[in-house]
Design a protein around this ligand. Structure first.
Ligand SMILES: [Zn+2]
Length: 552
């Protein structure tokens, strides 16, 4: 996603092919079918997809048809069935919005009038497909963290009508500021802590605007990430109402700007973080208004997900979905003489892993009992758009979609001892993954940076949001031969020098045995679920549990 671009750290996967004999499952006859996954296949798909001829795989660019046809042809060669009628494609209608916000944001009605500067103090954006957005005298309401979470008995919008008003909210959730790990999820960011949630909730409340207060620790990234991410053209999904259900203004301010707003209020606006974190918090007016405007230009376009399947032999109407995003950033700013953002790790490597898994399924003599789907999604980098579109416009019913396994980045430094599960503890998928990891003589690690909300930053999250239990894991922190420090060093090195840079190339010194081992694990987890009758479940305390239970 545009934002997640920056958060997404190095992505290391793992898979060896000689060790996989121990992943042979009792339910599978003969040699373990996961053995079919090897470095040769992964390397072929990876080196192809990250080649310059794909032009950085940007949605709706010249690189798109080259990319999606490559993936389609590979599916076809493997003998997989098209999964959208007789087509391997699902159209994803996108709209690119380029916002030109007014250079100033004006706060009136306090002790004095305040003027904030674009980019330095604030960022504004609008997803509404509309040329002129004018925010005039919109009353500022302090809404704490902007959260409505019945399971925590929490409502930051209690008793207030937000029509024509602008919510001022802190990023993250109250748990982040408490020492109590059972208050929300303590330091672990819940979905309520994310900016996307805050925009969605403010829209549900009918607010005219929402202003998120940035704080580096709580957001998980510094201000420049906000100011880079929310400027320039941004893609979103087309909708029948042209996004009129979204807030006209979505904004961020720096922590300093927020302090200036609070100090300027004639009402007592001290200790706002503390107030927002108290149980029973009620929203209140700051007795000031905000004035600003945004000029939007937009362009509509169509991108494509690629989708193939193997129809199940016994329960064809129940589905396991593997996902990986095919898109990257395209051709852009020249860095060290190179302008093609090849996205070899992000995410030619995850795509290559998924294609290798698909090939292994296609080669199996005994086909899975449930239907297994391979979905290569577009526009992840722009906000998980391809997967969101699928989740909202599913080809196969969501309530019969048993599980999702997502791959975004593979292990490129060799075999890993850990399997790090992002969002560990959310669902019983973790338990299945742990059993399969044990067979590979590996151990499970929960997120190492749970406060950063990585669970909400790749395509599995689009499935979680509609209630489908999802697994997002990879070998990340503990190299089998060279240990933890080595793995951490490599991770850092990739993040600082190659992440979202033209230098994210495939090179011969990548060791894909880790990628093979992870892909075999995902194959085994998927196959196990495909041959079972049970549905994986969200665990107690998961913010997605209710969604699943209400849908079924
Ligand atoms: Zn990615």
């Amino acid at each position: 996603m545009k934002n997640s671009i920056f958060f997404f750290l190095a992505i290391l996967f793992s898979y060896p092919f000689f060790i996989s004999s121990c992943s042979g499952d009792a339910t599978v006859q003969g040699a373990a079918p996961a053995d079919a996954i090897d470095t040769t296949d992964i390397e072929y798909f990876l080196s192809e997809l990250s080649d310059d001829k794909f032009l950085g795989r940007k949605p709706c660019s010249e690189g798109e048809p080259i990319t999606i046809n490559f993936i389609k042809n590979e599916f076809q060669k493997m003998g997989l069935e098209p999964a959208n009628g007789d087509s391997y494609f699902q159209k994803v209608p996108l709209v690119e919005i380029e916002a030109a916000p007014s250079e100033g944001m004006y706060i009136e009605g306090g002790k004095q009038d305040l003027k904030f500067d674009y980019k330095k103090d604030f960022m504004t954006f609008s997803q509404q497909v509309k040329e002129n957005i004018n925010i005039k005298n919109s009353e500022l309401i302090f809404c704490g963290f902007g959260i409505v979470a019945p399971e925590y008995g929490w409502n930051d919008y209690a008793g207030i009508d937000m029509k024509g008003k602008t919510a001022v909210v802190f990023v993250n959730d109250p748990g982040y500021y408490s020492e109590d790990s059972t208050f929300f999820k303590g330091k672990t960011m819940t979905y309520y802590g994310r900016w996307d949630y805050k925009y969605e909730e403010a829209a549900r409340q009918g607010a005219e605007g929402v202003i998120i207060i940035h704080e580096t620790g709580a957001a998980g990234y510094p201000w420049f990430v906000v100011s880079n991410s929310w400027s320039g053209g941004l893609l979103s999904l087309q909708s029948p109402d042209d996004n009129m259900s979204k807030c006209p203004m979505e904004a961020w301010v720096t922590f300093d700007a927020a302090k200036r707003i609070f100090v300027n209020s004639k009402i007592n606006a001290n200790n706002m973080l503390q107030k927002a974190s108290e149980k029973g918090f009620k929203p209140f007016s700051l007795d000031m208004t905000v004035n600003t405007s945004i000029k939007n230009t937009f362009k509509k376009d169509i991108s494509n997900n690629v989708i193939a399947k193997i129809t199940g032999t016994e329960s064809p109407d129940e589905y396991i979905i593997y996902t990986s995003h095919w898109d990257h950033l395209g051709v852009g700013q020249v860095v060290n003489g190179d302008s093609i953002y090849n996205g070899a790790l992000d995410n030619a490597s995850g795509s290559a892993s998924m294609l290798s898994i698909a090939k292994a399924y296609a080669e199996m003599k005994e086909k899975p009992k449930r239907t297994v789907i391979f979905l290569s999604v577009t526009a992840e980098e722009q906000g998980l758009l391809g997967s969101l579109w699928y989740a909202e416009n599913p080809i196969y019913p969501i309530k019969n979609t048993v599980a999702n396994i997502n791959m975004d980045g593979a292990a490129i430094i060799g075999r890993m001892k850990d399997l790090t599960i992002t969002g560990f503890g959310q669902s019983t998928m973790d338990d299945i993954a742990a059993e399969e990891a044990k067979k590979q003589d590996r151990y499970i690690l929960p997120d190492q940076e749970p406060e950063k909300g990585y669970f909400f930053r790749s395509d599995h999250f689009s499935f979680a949001k509609v209630g489908v239990p999802a697994l997002y894991a990879k070998g990340s922190y503990d190299h089998r031969a060279k240990g933890k420090e080595y793995a951490m060093g490599k991770r850092k090195e990739f993040t600082t020098t190659n992440y979202h840079q033209p230098s994210d190339h495939y090179t011969d010194d990548w060791d894909l045995n880790g990628a093979v081992e992870d892909a075999q694990l995902f194959f085994n987890v998927g196959l196990r679920i495909a041959n079972e009758k049970l549905y994986p479940k969200w665990k107690e305390g998961s913010e997605f549990k209710n969604v699943r239970e209400l849908k079924n």
